[in-house]
Design a protein around this ligand. Structure first.
Ligand SMILES: Nc1nc2c(c(=O)[nH]1)N[C@H]1C(S)=C(S)[C@@H](COP(=O)(O)OP(=O)(O)OC[C@H]3O[C@@H](n4cnc5c(=O)[nH]c(N)nc54)[C@H](O)[C@@H]3O)O[C@H]1N2
Ligand SMILES: Nc1nc2c(c(=O)[nH]1)N[C@H]1C(S)=C(S)[C@@H](COP(=O)(O)OP(=O)(O)OC[C@H]3O[C@@H](n4cnc5c(=O)[nH]c(N)nc54)[C@H](O)[C@@H]3O)O[C@H]1N2
Ligand SMILES: [Mo]
Length: 771
């Protein structure tokens, strides 16, 4: 039996024993949002840096927001778009607080490993490279060259390069990502797990099967001109706030929004634009025309049921629903899809989704009446066991109607990290296609391995099983972001060496291997000057737009190195003076990296020139650009999978693990989730009032969450029960506190993404609880 939280009790000062709850809010943003972000800015950065930072956020000559991957409006990089959570992400990075060598001398690793993420997040920016030698109780400073030597020695001592794993989080720039994968492949492995494996991997897998490319097919302009926008499994009010002003524009043009979510998320219901008068007074703009309160994991059934209703409407009035010309010219598998979908039992759909026939028909009618439909989604769809099939099923609804590669219509997986899509384009992929590796080898005269590497889950398994012994992370917080915290922690502790290239402290620093390094690096907001010349980096947003980002703030310490510098110097130390890649040239002039990217990465010709255009440039996307579908059939494929959903076992709940309004993934900004009416704490579990009664509990009871999977139990202790509007049988609680509950082996079929949105749990009332 696993009891992860037994070994990991949270610091009372930084957690929630005084939670106040007041129920969901119905609108997002508004003046309160401006006040909160200004206050965070002033607390973290002081007035001068606040002004300097916020006036350059997403400006043409400024830096790309380190928050989400939502794009700027085309031609719209002139005015700062206000976004509370973007401002908070900047405040966290540009903070004046510092974590110095004295800090590490004061606090032992034993002490720091018991601090909650929130406390760690709030200590500020790292200033010096630090090492933890075997048997030491404290991290101590290390010279950069000695750090590179240590990594190189440990890597060279391995029996095979496949015994090392090189993680990337999605903030890394295109330039750093390109060099990092080049270093890893030159060393000899494809073990390049990244945060995408835990995030949108299911979208990439599903879209590659359906349309031949794992990226979204729409632009902001398409959204603005859509008739219907479906938003499934996404909470834009918190996680992509700038999307709300686009939705508002689309609505002003007459678009209808269908929100599919177990929770009535504030931003899906109403939006108060703080830059407009109606955002200051009044109730804001209603967003969702149809709120579909789906059961967790019920989306595939919903999309299949809608498919059936669309086909029935087509049968009644042939030629009015199905775009036969598009299907005949561009698609494969329609007959098989139609046969399976016609046979779908609507009673099963109602049971699986929790959506009644009347609403099902209403939504189908909206889709039938739409000439231009955009389908947006995020983690509510991707982190499910049947995620790939679900996204395929949703895509079927668009294919049938010829809604790909047409203005105002298409698929829109809304990415998370600000450059997660760019990192993949640059080759951060454990399964990079041979064509990419061939181009890399030809350009640099190296021999990349062809054997596929480990993704995030397989890296944990490999470390657990003693097959991987060195772990290096280019950003992120692998320990807290990964599933099955106790297994992941043991896996990392069993390594010979763990290396974290980081901007700020996080738990991964205190779950060390036999030896550990913390290498502090520049963030997006910091200026990067090499030999007196300011260096620029570039990123790709959720809609395949590539543009520059220029940091402008004084870095937290002269000891920081850019990610590019760290990769280049490590590469030279590891690979030796004769290695053919010009690492020194790359480190001294980032234009030379972009020239190499132009030569190797498809769609990047003339990178240096095009990326300097005011809006940057858009990467090619054959389905969007010319209705070409580079799949194995050469056509867009209808996706046909057996129908799957998530039944709720007797006396149990299906728990989704999600973000509050006051965090960026594992970086915790504060203890309030304003839009869900939670103040002062994060260890809460949202439960339907009927379930609270049925389970013999009361609101405000304290419970332990016990996950049950294949006969194993996993525990997370001491959560406050909060009555909330969620379908019966479903519950919600925050990530990363609940990661100990997510089983490592419960992953999405084909994409291997951890099933973070459907964990079967029972709730056990704690002794001394309120009732
Ligand atoms: N401020 C801020 N911005 C962020 C982040 C952050 O932590 N903070 N994280 C970034 C990252 S990396 C990512 S990937 C994105 C994440 O953006 P989201 O995907 O919006 O993030 P989650 O909080 O995981 O929310 C998932 C949503 O899916 C819903 N959901 C859960 N289960 C189901 C289901 O079965 N079906 C449906 N239809 N819906 C379901 C939940 O109720 C919730 O509204 O945000 C990015 N932006
Ligand atoms: N249960 C559950 N688990 C989840 C999820 C969920 O919804 N539920 N979501 C998953 C998703 S979508 C994602 S994307 C992952 C996120 O996983 P990660 O990307 O690994 O996690 P983050 O919390 O974003 O990483 C934060 C750390 O990144 C470092 N950092 C910040 N900026 C920079 C930079 O510019 N350079 C470098 N080198 N370091 C930097 C800081 O030190 C900070 O502590 O978590 C996944 N895990
Ligand atoms: Mo993500």
């Amino acid at each position: 039996m696993t009891r992860a939280s037994d070994v990991r009790d949270y610091d009372a000062d930084y957690d929630d024993h005084d939670v106040i709850t007041s129920g969901p809010k119905h609108e997002a943003a508004g003046v309160k949002a401006v006040m909160v972000s200004m206050q965070r800015g002033l607390t973290q950065m002081g007035p001068v840096r606040t002004t300097a930072a916020l006036t350059r956020l997403n400006q043409r000559h400024g830096f790309d927001c380190p928050g989400c991957a939502w794009p700027e409006e085309h031609g719209g990089r002139k005015i700062a778009e206000f976004c509370e959570n973007g401002a908070k992400a900047v405040a966290e990075e540009a903070t004046k607080r510092r974590v110095t060598p004295e800090f590490f001398a004061r606090h032992s690793v034993a002490e720091l490993q018991n601090k909650p993420e929130y406390w760690l997040s709030q200590q500020g920016r790292l200033t010096h490279p630090m090492v933890l030698h075997e048997g030491d109780t404290h991290y101590r400073p290390i010279a950069w060259d000695d750090a590179y030597r240590l990594i190189a020695d440990e890597l060279n001592a391995l029996d095979s390069p496949d015994e090392a794993c090189f993680y990337t989080s999605g903030r890394t720039s295109n330039e750093a990502a390109f060099l990092y994968q080049l270093l890893v492949r030159s060393y000899g492995t494809n073990n390049l797990p990244d945060c995408s494996n835990m995030c949108h991997e299911s979208s990439g897998t599903a879209l590659t099967e359906s349309i031949g490319i794992g990226k979204g097919s729409v632009t902001v302009d398409d959204l603005i001109h859509a008739d219907v926008i479906v938003i499934a499994g996404q909470n834009p009010g918190t996680n992509h706030p700038r999307m709300l002003s686009i939705l508002e524009k689309a609505k002003a043009n007459g678009a209808k929004v269908i929100a599919i979510n177990p929770l009535p998320e504030a931003g899906l219901i109403r939006f108060k634009d703080p830059q407009k008068v109606h955002g200051v007074v009044g109730h804001g703009v209603p967003i969702a025309d149809e709120f579909v309160q789906i059961r967790i994991g019920g989306d595939m059934a919903l999309f299949a049921g809608l498919g059936k209703l669309l086909l029935e409407a087509e049968d009644k009035a042939p030629g009015t629903v199905v775009d036969h010309e598009f299907v005949a010219a561009h698609c494969a598998g329609f007959d098989e899809y139609a046969a399976q979908t016609r046979a779908v039992d609507l009673d099963t759909v109602v049971e699986a989704s929790g959506i009644d026939r009347t609403q099902l028909q209403r939504v189908a009618d909206m889709l039938i009446g739409s000439e231009r439909t955009v389908l947006c989604w995020a983690m509510g769809l991707t982190q499910q066991h049947h995620a790939v099939a679900t996204i395929g099923e949703a895509t079927n609804l668009l294919l049938m109607r010829g809604m790909i590669g047409k203005p105002g219509a298409g698929v829109c997986p809304v990415r998370g990290h600000s450059n997660v899509q760019g990192d993949r384009t640059m080759g951060i992929w454990e399964k990079a296609p041979d064509a990419f590796l061939d181009a890399l080898d030809a350009h640099f005269g190296i021999t990349s391995p062809r054997k596929h590497g480990y993704d995030a889950v397989d890296s944990i398994r490999a470390m657990r099983d003693g097959k991987a012994k060195v772990f290096m992370a280019m950003g992120g917080n692998f320990v807290s972001a990964s599933p099955d915290t106790e297994v992941t922690e043991a896996a990392l502790r069993s390594c010979n060496l763990t290396v974290q290239v980081s901007t700020k402290l996080n738990r991964s620093h205190f779950v060390p291997g036999r030896k550990a390094l913390i290498l502090p690096t520049l963030g997006r907001t910091d200026r990067d000057i090499v030999d007196g010349r300011k260096q620029l980096v570039s990123v790709e947003d959720s809609m395949s737009m590539v543009h520059l980002s220029r940091g402008s703030l004084k870095p937290p310490s002269a000891e920081l190195r850019s990610e590019v510098a760290i990769v280049c110097q490590l590469a030279r130390t590891l690979l030796g003076p004769d290695h053919p890649v010009p690492w020194e040239t790359f480190a001294s002039d980032y234009d030379t990296i972009r020239d190499a990217i132009a030569a190797v990465v498809p769609g990047c010709t003339d990178y240096n020139t095009r990326v300097r255009r005011s809006d940057g440039f858009q990467l090619p996307h054959p389905p969007r650009d010319s209705r070409e579908f580079p799949t194995h059939t050469g056509k867009a494929n209808f996706s046909v999978y057996p129908l799957e959903w998530v039944p709720v076992p007797e006396g149990r709940l299906v728990l989704q693990t999600l973000r509050s309004h006051d965090q960026y993934n594992t970086t915790i900004y504060g203890l309030d989730d304003r839009y869900r009416g939670v103040k002062g704490g994060r260890r809460v579990v949202f439960v339907n009032p009927t379930d609270i009664a049925r389970l013999g509990l009361k609101p405000d009871d304290r419970v332990d969450l016990i996950s049950e999977f294949e006969g194993q139990e996993r525990w997370a202790k001491d959560f406050l029960v909060v009555p909330y509007s969620t379908p019966e049988g479903n519950a919600a609680a925050y990530y990363p506190e609940t990661n100990p509950l997510v089983p490592l082996d419960h992953t999405a079929k084909k994409s291997n993404t951890p099933v973070s949105k459907a964990v079967v749990v029972r709730l056990q009332r704690r002794e001394g609880s309120a009732s």
